[in-house]
Write a new protein. Structure first.
Length: 324
């Protein structure tokens, strides 16, 4: 092995590793590069130790790797702190800033669902207009499809399926909001589904069972959909009325806030998915199941209106990642 040629060939990457190790701040790409260079240089040092009698070169690389290892561990610590700050500042502040929008979406959504439920439960004409079959006993009867939906699959697989589906619905509601009307249509279709289900169960005299199965997970799940829909519509309205900023700058700022909300809702929907997968079909008394959902819902609202409000009012909330 020609040690001089080997060192000459790899010197640029060692120098780059040294620069990254000494650099005060690293971007995400630079942090990944630092880790990759550290691993590569460790392999190269091991090869040199088995072939090279040059103690000065080995000592120099060892010292470089020691500094790089400390920086890699520090970078991982910074990533952990950023994740923590995301959930204690950026996400709740972004949701809090958008609350008038998603509160309005919630009010309209629930009103539409209630009107549809009353219409479906009290009018045979509603079934014809909506294309519903005259006989829906297979759906609404005890042990029917409405109830077995929550228990026909293993709990863990069902929770994962629900999480994926709900994340998709929230993402569609959020990002179609940019076009306003498609976003409103997505929300209406979900309100229609909920209202029709409630109406059919009410018509069968099983409204209590409906709420017993929907409320445990539905409170938090629907809140997440409302937040997604409200944030999406706010993004779309920014395109119409950018305020005092240029349209491009206003969209960029609100787009960052929307992306922050989208990422955070993944965790919120994971919680609602776990409740739907394990609590809703658990067989517990309805008050106990609903109580779990109520605790989760109150915890989220407290998180937004206490922690989120405090984060939004801090000077750091001027960070464009959470401002909007």
């Amino acid at each position: 092995m020609d040690v001089d040629a080997y060192a000459y060939a790899h010197r640029p990457s060692w120098d780059r590793l040294d620069r990254l190790t000494r650099q005060r701040r690293l971007t995400g790409a630079e942090a990944d590069e630092l880790v990759a260079l550290y691993r590569r240089t460790s392999q190269q040092l091991a090869r040199l130790q088995s072939h090279s009698p040059d103690p000065e070169l080995i000592a120099g690389l060892s010292a470089l790797l020691t500094r790089a290892r400390a920086r890699v561990l520090g970078t991982r610590g910074e990533i952990s702190r950023e994740i923590g700050r995301f959930f204690t500042h950026r996400f709740p502040a972004a949701v809090y800033r958008a609350w008038p929008w998603w509160a309005g979406v919630a009010a309209a959504f629930l009103a539409v669902s209630a009107v549809l439920a009353i219409w479906v439960s009290g009018s045979g004409a509603a079934r014809k207009v909506l294309g519903l079959p005259a006989d829906t006993d297979d759906l609404t009867a005890p042990g029917g499809a409405f109830e077995t939906y929550y228990s026909e699959h293993p709990h863990d697989a069902f929770a994962a399926q629900v999480w994926t589906n709900n994340a998709w619905v929230a993402a569609v509601a959020l990002f179609t909001g940019l076009l306003l009307l498609p976003g409103a249509l997505v929300l209406f279709m979900n309100a229609l589904n909920l209202g029709v289900s409630a109406g059919l169960m009410a018509d069968a005299g099983r409204l209590e069972a409906f709420f017993g199965f929907i409320l445990p997970h539905g409170m938090l799940e629907l809140t997440a959909v409302f937040v997604a829909g409200g944030a999406g519509l706010k993004l779309g309205w920014t395109l119409v009325d950018p305020g005092r900023l240029s349209r491009a700058r206003a969209l960029a700022r609100q787009g960052r806030a929307t992306a922050t909300i989208a990422l955070g809702l993944v965790a919120v929907l994971l919680v609602s998915g776990l409740i739907e997968g394990f609590v809703t079909p658990s067989g517990w008394p309805a008050p106990a199941r609903i109580g779990v959902g109520l605790v989760a819902e109150l915890a989220f609202l407290t998180y937004v209106f206490v922690i989120g409000r405090r984060a939004a009012l801090e000077p750091a909330a001027t960070d464009p990642l959470i401002s909007g």
